[in-house]
Design a protein around this ligand. Structure first.
Ligand code: ADP
Ligand code: ZN
Length: 512
């Protein structure tokens, strides 16, 4: 496709002068007929990647989306821009559906948004030659390894068989490496081109605080930010209502938002928030998906999220306009216990618990928080960010290179096939059954870390994970594996700075 034509279409239908990084590359790849997987943070500009090709391609583009509530808004937005679009879901009247079938038949639609459950309804109106492109939005929903698994998504694997010559584009804001692979496998597009945008959102400040007296802390926080919009995320509906009521009692304009409200009530609150009539929303995670408000200045997590994917997506709703914005997470042991219970009752307990563990380690981290997040999403970072609470108020560091070499070489000897507990046992020369059974006492690295206590090793290893030297294979029994950064330490004399660990007494003093 010609550069000129792409740019003029971008300008005419969307009003933008230029493409963002990656958008152009992805669009070229779509026109080349490739399958594509796009990982871009919320607000990154994923929609253009399939909407713009849809306008220029000869036949219809199907957009599979799980968010029925947002379909109408999305289609209204497109129609307002002069793009012929419609949506199909189970909430529609028969006549409306009939009208859509007719439009498909006459090739009058450029984009059709479909809920996965409704795909079979239109199946007989479509054939391989009649569809130009299939876009799968929120593609992480197909993977039970992701954090928002939707059973209706699992059937989407049939699309590639049904429309073999139609290119597929899967898009998501959140997927770790294993989940990415799983998405491609499940969609039958193992050869898809992968496009991963940087997840670094430098304008978001990161802060974690102990959860004691969090309500008072929130009131102070908000009062210091007059006339700024923000979201307070809570775990339960009741929490959102309690906090909103208490904020009101403190003279602050707040509204509760959760899935228990009527559609009408929710729309009203969203509109008031978008139009700056209401500035504070106390919400469950139901709030925010698809909300396009660029000037949200802060996001507070009253409760700890289930995992880093959710956390990053939620704080990502702040500062989409690129201006400085603040995020604050309250960390409390009670939340962890509560979340552990949820995870235990979920389908894939082991993965959920391991992800929760990473969340907890992030909250308790002693090293730059942004580095932890970016490492988690597979962007290996070496520099500290300067815009998180740890960078602003750093702990005491010491040269931990030797300790790192011990731990990393031990993982190397264990061939990346053991979890943290066994690693520490081998480092400390433990004589238990697990170690002896596998002859780990014969390893060169057996007992090389005897002088360090079990608890300290645990803390250091978590720091190595946070620093990006080690990754946890969540889907392989939480085995510890080395990253590319680790190779630098092992083979190229790379240095490792470790934060001094506080002892129990110092920790308690900090909590108070
Ligand atoms: P995502 O789906 O990745 O969350 P969107 O596609 O909704 O992101 O885009 C986020 C915001 O960025 C929207 O307000 C959109 O209008 C804007 N945007 C997208 N592409 C561009 C561009 N090339 N130039 C300017 N703004 C853009
Ligand atoms: Zn930092």
């Amino acid at each position: 496709m010609e550069e000129m034509q792409l740019l003029s279409t971008l300008k005419e239908y969307f009003g933008f002068e230029s493409f963002r990084p990656l958008q152009r590359k992805i669009i070229d790849s779509v026109f080349a007929g490739d399958d594509n997987l796009v990982i871009m943070p919320t607000g990154g500009g994923k929609s253009i990647c399939f909407q713009l090709p849809a306008i220029l391609l000869p036949k219809i583009t199907l957009v599979i989306s799980p968010l029925i509530a947002l379909m109408k808004d999305q289609v209204d937005g497109l129609t307002a821009n002069g793009i012929s679009a419609a949506f199909l879901n189970s909430s529609q009247a028969f006549e409306d559906q009939q009208a859509i079938f007719q439009q498909i038949d006459e090739n009058k639609l450029k984009l059709l948004y479909v809920a996965p459950e409704s795909l079979q309804v239109i199946d007989r109106f479509l054939s391989d030659g009649k569809v130009s492109l299939i876009a799968i939005d929120e593609a992480h929903c197909i993977s039970s390894w992701g954090h928002d698994f939707r059973p209706a998504y699992t059937q989407l694997g049939y699309l590639k068989n049904r429309f073999p010559s139609t290119p597929l584009i899967a898009l998501t804001a959140t997927a770790d490496k294993a989940t990415r692979k799983d998405i491609c496998n499940q969609l039958n597009i193992p050869g898809a081109k992968k496009h991963v945008a940087s997840f670094d959102r430098k304008n978001l400040s990161l802060e974690v605080r102990p959860g004691t007296k969090r309500f008072d802390q929130i009131v102070d926080f908000i009062k210091a930010r007059k006339n700024e919009s923000g979201i307070i995320y809570c775990l339960s509906r009741k929490n959102t209502e309690d906090i909103a009521a208490k904020l009101k009692a403190n003279g602050l304009q707040a509204e509760a938002y959760h899935a228990g409200l009527s559609h009408l009530e929710r729309t009203k609150i969203q509109d008031d928030f978008i139009n700056d009539t209401k500035q504070i929303i106390c919400a469950t995670i139901a709030f925010g998906m698809g909300i396009d408000k660029s000037n949200i200045r802060w996001v507070i997590h009253y409760n700890m999220p289930k995992n880093l994917e959710g956390y990053y997506q939620e704080i990502g709703r702040a500062g989409r306009d690129g201006l400085p914005s603040d995020t604050m997470l309250f960390h409390s042991y009670a939340d962890v216990v509560q979340l552990q219970k949820f995870a235990t009752n979920s389908g894939n307990e082991a993965v959920q618990l391991a992800k929760l563990d990473r969340m907890k380690q992030y909250s308790e981290a002693l090293t730059c928080r942004r580095k932890i997040l970016l490492n988690y999403f597979g962007e290996l970072k070496i520099e500290d960010c300067g815009n998180c609470d740890i960078c602003r108020n750093p702990p005491t560091f010491f040269d931990g290179t030797i300790l790192a070499q011990k731990a990393l070489s031990c993982i190397y000897r264990l061939k990346g096939k053991e979890p943290i507990t066994l690693l520490i046992d081998v480092l400390r020369g433990a004589q238990n059954e697990a170690v002896l059974e596998k002859n780990y006492n014969q390893l060169k690295t057996y007992g090389i870390g005897r002088e360090i206590s079990w608890r300290d090793w645990q803390q250091y290893i978590i720091q190595f994970i946070n620093l990006g030297y080690i990754e946890i294979a969540f889907h392989k029994n939480n085995h510890l594996q080395l990253t590319l950064l680790a190779k630098e330490v092992l083979f190229e004399a790379g240095k490792v700075q470790l934060a001094k660990i506080l002892d129990e007494k110092e920790l308690r003093e900090q909590e108070e």
